[in-house]
Design a protein around this ligand. Sequence first.
Ligand SMILES: [Zn+2]
Ligand SMILES: [Zn+2]
Length: 346
Amino acid sequence: MKALVYHGPGKKAWEDKPKPAISAPTDAIVKISKTTICGTDLHIMKGDVPEVEDGRIIGHEGVGIIEEVGSAVSNFKPGDHVLISCITSCGKCSYCKKGMYSHCKDGGWILGHLVDGTQAEYVRIPHADNSLYPIKNGADEEALVMLSDILPTGFECGVLNGRVKPGDVVAIVGSGPIGLAALLTAQFYSPAEIIMVDRDENRLQVAKTFGATQTINLDKENVIEKIKGLTDGVGVDVAIEAVGVPASFELCEEIIAPGGIIANIGVHGKKADLHLEKLWAQNISITTRLVDTVSTPLLLKTIESKKLEPKKLITHHFRLDQVMEAYETFGNASKEKALKVILNNE
Ligand SMILES: [Zn+2]
Ligand SMILES: [Zn+2]
């Protein structure tokens, strides 16, 4: 089969790899129908995720059709259409029992990281019963690709951890796919205002069409002053960090109101300053989380009922064998006005 293979920092190739085979009775082999590229994949390609080995097939999102199942898989059979979760979970260990699938002792984020991933014609999914979700007949499978990672990430790490409530003023720092996923799912709770902060004017315009009530371009305006102006000088109830650099986290510390919650989503590679000398008396909370994908069944229902329309996050389409071109486009997201790209293998 063909797959997108990582060969060390800056090197990747669309090349022949052996088709995966069942190696544990809990495995399933899935023929990929649609997959996508994540910002995390770009980090891997730069060499920021050193545990990814030369020769690894990248990708942790997608939908597909079951080709084969191991003898212990009972929820799925060949021919079933499935959604692949970016998080693999055994469902049995102490972390899984607590709903912390991200920390599963025999799983977590392993796809396209520690085991071969989804940017390929076929993928082996460990612990298939707990790591795949059935897709109903007639569902819009392209929209469901957004459920592998970005929607549960924005919802769980941003909206649920940030405990967004009716009437809240929410700021989301970062208007990329994850920030936009938080914007879409925050609206389940009817906050009064959602303020999006970014430096990419196109992404801020998109945010407006997705329900942002205010946008702030941090290259053109003073974000702290503008937010203080919008909130009678107090700041926001919930600040969601969706970038992953020190400056964006530190901005959240500046704009949070007393009693507020800073919910971090971003993947941080560098230390950020925590200004306890200002915050110690402010009754704030700071939360961190790796997505558990425990909200996937709930989000599936909201898509079925059209309360959530994630398809609008998709800006570009390619065939799977055009994946190198797709990386070019996604890697120049600002110039290409790219949010999520879909790679079709049909
Ligand atoms: Zn991802
Ligand atoms: Zn587990």
